[in-house]
Write a protein that binds this ligand. Structure first.
Ligand code: CP
Length: 312
């Protein structure tokens, strides 16, 4: 297939063929990071702007590493160090960035929809690195890459996503992505953290942690997003950990080959115990490794050119 997409805004708008092309491209680029000299000239002369309005470790650094491994120039700007604090609007800021002719702008913003607004108003390619509680498409793509790498195929797998589903852009993008690729997604969490109508995305809602992980091929744990909660949605962290936390004993009651995932950052002892996070079945750091390859693939496809699905 021919790649002709300008932006990556969400998983909904990507076709199965486009997702497969992205994952195949990432698989092919992954070995560059294992070389003694971890750099290829593919995007030499291209410019990537990293525009993060919310804190980030994994997403921002992995986009930066991805750009550098492909020899692109990457420039980071934050809201506090830009003229936004002098009253310039976000669109004006983006138009000024566009005037400097970058090839891709990667944006994270606390307001859902911001990347769509910029994608409409400027001609530069936009990648959504997380918009409010709405979407985190590059996280979902790297999660799909990680599961596909270990399990071979996503079709028919049972994916359990547990935690603060209401406030999680990772949950939304993963429910849509895994379902689109033929997996079955089940979710669980305190009723106060399960949004009404989430079933319409294709997920099956469970009330009980032990039921949702029973027979699951993948258990994906999510952090409680206190920064997005207006009020306390559970009595105590201790009670939360006991009812919805992933522990070694829960893992041992599940499938022997179950994959343990978490997008990070972890709150050890709350949604996941240290023993569970560091267990042999945990692929949490593989997700981070694959995040670099996946973001290299997106920068390559948006800024670099055309690749064919069967190139590998
Ligand atoms: N998973 C994720 O988005 O992590 P960061 O917030 O550190 O980028």
């Amino acid at each position: 297939m021919t790649w002709n997409r300008k932006d990556i805004l969400d998983i909904e708008s990507l076709s199965v063929d486009e997702i497969q092309l992205i994952l195949n491209t990432a698989d092919g680029l992954k070995e560059i990071s294992q070389r003694p000299i971890k750099k290829v000239p593919t995007l030499r002369g291209k410019t990537i702007v990293l525009f993060f309005h919310e804190p980030s470790t994994r997403t921002r650094i992995s986009f930066d590493v991805a750009a550098k491994r492909l020899s692109a120039d990457s420039i980071s700007i934050s809201a506090s160090a830009s003229s936004l604090i002098k009253g310039e609007t976000l669109v004006d800021t983006a138009k000024n960035l566009e005037a400097m002719n970058p090839d891709v702008i990667v944006i994270r913003h606390s307001s859902a929809g911001t990347p769509y607004l910029l994608a409409k108003r400027i001609s530069t390619s936009i990648i959504n690195a997380g918009d409010g509680m709405h979407a985190h498409p590059t996280q979902a793509l790297l999660d799909m890459m990680t599961v596909r790498e270990k399990k071979g195929d996503l079709k028919g797998l049972n994916i359990a996503i547990v935690g603060d589903i209401s406030h999680s852009r990772v949950a939304r993008s993963n429910i849509v992505g895994f379902t689109k690729m033929g997996a079955k997604v089940r979710i669980a969490g305190p009723p106060t953290m399960i949004p009404v109508g989430i079933e319409s995305l294709g997920a099956i809602v469970f009330n009980d942690m032990d039921e949702v992980i029973d027979g699951a091929d993948v258990i994906m744990m999510l952090r409680i997003q206190k920064e997005r909660q207006q009020r306390f949605l559970f009595p105590s962290e201790r009670e939360y950990a006991s009812r919805y936390g992933l522990t070694l004993s829960r893992i041992k009651d599940s499938r022997p080959d179950v994959m343990i995932m978490h997008p990070g950052p972890l709150n050890r002892g709350v949604e996941i115990s240290s023993q569970a996070a560091d267990y042999v079945n945990s692929v949490i750091l593989d997700q981070v490794t694959n995040g670099v390859a996946l973001r290299m693939a997106l920068l390559y496809l948006l800024a670099g050119g055309i690749r064919h699905a069967d190139d590998h």
